[in-house]
Write a protein that binds this ligand. Structure first.
Ligand code: UGA
Length: 457
């Protein structure tokens, strides 16, 4: 079986390594971090994803996956190179391509030294803005003296993994997009990644295209989903003002096949390492190219406003100064410990600024608690709790920010240890609303209101 080289042993790289090893490919992971390689070679997986720990452990033990800090160690034995390094994006939307450049430079050195007739293909999987593969990676590789399309193949295949179901998303993809400089490059990638489409009537899910189209598909998809969330959050603001439940509106809209019910849950705004970064990057690249996207600008503005709105829902009913407040949910979504760009990172400092006396925070994920403790724990009154009941006890207000299964369906009883006159703000719309009907605790659900005082005209 062919040997595949995956460059970058992070979230995407490790998940692809596991998926390909499960399909019978030998995988060499290259990561410049020595300790990360040592950990992988011991069968350890630093990422908390369902099924990933076992898959990595079994594949390492079975000799299917090995890690090395240098591309030079493995280049000769591999024919396909999947570039899975990070492409961070600053506040202004500028993508940091330093890791992509460093990888291309390493491959350039190897290509220059290579002799013989082995045709190797480099495939970018990192999320990169249009023009990166042909405009940045290709010139670096060709500085080896070898030509793309003649001496080596060049492709771009975006990933569509969701945190919490990444391995399953690889093993059962909706689609596999392969952009190539030519058909030979596409075929080289298809012969490997096509394994995830193999089987009855699944071959049709492979989309063959050019490099730039593949790059834009990734951004277009994430920007669309982010737009859908900002749209429903905008509708939820109307719902609150008109005395309507946004959940009923979204449910009815979602029954139209052209709309679909997915990604139509109103909430405290999208977070994570992908949507905010990718929308910013596309917006900024568009501006550089001469197009100022009013729509994407609005998607981000609505998202920021929605995070602020969570605090407003509380501030409109109680004075925050001097309050003891519980936060349930620190991660950007359920079933992950990732707190990057999570709403908790905006809401907690805002409550502290508004004069909250105590901000007691909880998350079922130990990793999320640790990240927030390290980053916000020094902010005066922030206390991290590993027990949800201890977190809620004695507080004047509680904000539910993440839709963890452990919080879903919690009724008024779960909040009975709050202080007299307490208020709960359900920003994820997951609590058992009916149970609050006879409770002294006030429940405010984002996207809902019973105030029907609005009159048009
Ligand atoms: C997202 C995409 O869904 C993946 O397809 C893509 O591959 C990935 O980014 C990436 O670019 O690597 P992910 O960031 O793991 O995946 O998370 P999502 O499940 O998409 O959720 C993103 C945010 O939107 C979360 O904060 C979530 O709470 C929020 N969201 C999602 C809502 O507020 N409402 C919804 O209806 C759905």
């Amino acid at each position: 079986m062919q040997r595949i080289c995956i460059i970058g042993g992070g979230y995407v790289g490790l998940t692809y390594a596991a998926g390909l090893a499960l399909k019978g490919f030998h995988v060499d992971i290259v990561d410049i971090r020595d300790p990360a390689c040592d950990a992988i070679n011991r069968g350890e997986c630093p990422i908390d994803e369902p099924g990933l720990h076992e898959a990595i452990k079994n594949s390492v033990d079975g000799g299917m996956i090995a890690a090395s800090p240098s591309i030079d160690d493995v280049f000769a034995g591999c024919t396909l190179f999947l570039v899975c390094v990070g492409t961070y994006c600053d506040e202004a939307g500028n993508i940091d391509l330093s890791q992509v450049r460093a990888v291309a430079t390493g491959l350039q050195r190897c290509l220059a030294a290579s002799t013989g007739g082995t045709f190797r293909t480099v495939c970018v999987k990192s999320t990169v803005i249009c023009g990166t593969t042909d405009g940045v990676v290709q010139p670096l590789l060709e500085a080896s003296g070898k030509l793309a399309g003649k001496d080596f193949g060049l492709a771009m295949s975006p990933e569509f993994l969701k945190e919490g179901s990444a391995l399953d998303d690889i093993m059962n993809p909706d689609k596999i997009v392969i952009g190539g400089i030519d058909q030979r490059s596409i075929d080289a990638v298809r012969s490997v990644l096509g394994c995830f489409a193999a089987g009855t009537d699944r071959d049709g899910i492979v989309i063959e295209t050019d490099l730039r189209t593949a790059e834009l598909i990734k951004y277009a998809q994430n920007a669309f989903l982010a737009t859908k969330i900002s749209f429903v959050n905008e509708i939820s603001r109307f719902a609150e003002m008109f005395g309507v439940n946004v959940g009923e509106v979204a449910r009815a809209m979602g029954m139209d096949a052209r709309i679909s019910p997915l990604f139509l849950n109103a909430g405290p705004g999208f977070g994570g390492s992908c949507f905010p970064k990718d929308v910013r990057a596309l917006l900024t690249a568009g501006r550089k190219a001469g197009h100022d996207s009013m729509l994407l600008d609005a998607v981000l503005a609505v998202n920021e406003a929605q995070k602020a709105h969570v605090v407003e829902l509380l501030a409109a009913r109680r004075a925050i100064a001097g309050m003891s407040i519980a936060i349930l949910g620190l991660s950007f979504k359920a079933n992950t410990g990732d707190t990057r760009e999570s709403v908790s990172r905006t809401v907690i400092p805002e409550l502290v600024r508004a004069g909250a006396a105590r901000v007691k925070v909880h998350d079922p994920s130990c990793l999320a608690r640790q990240e927030i403790s390290e980053d916000l724990g020094s902010q005066g009154p922030v206390e991290v709790h590993d027990d949800v009941h201890a977190c809620i006890a004695g507080t004047d207000a509680c904000l539910v920010l993440t839709e963890w299964p452990a919080y879903k369906g919690l009724g008024a009883g779960a909040f009975s240890a709050m202080a007299p006159g307490a208020i709960v703000v359900d920003a994820r719309r997951i609590l058992d609303k009916a149970s609050f009907a006879w409770s002294p605790i006030e429940l405010v659900v984002l996207g809902e209101s019973h105030d029907r005082s609005f009159r048009p005209g």
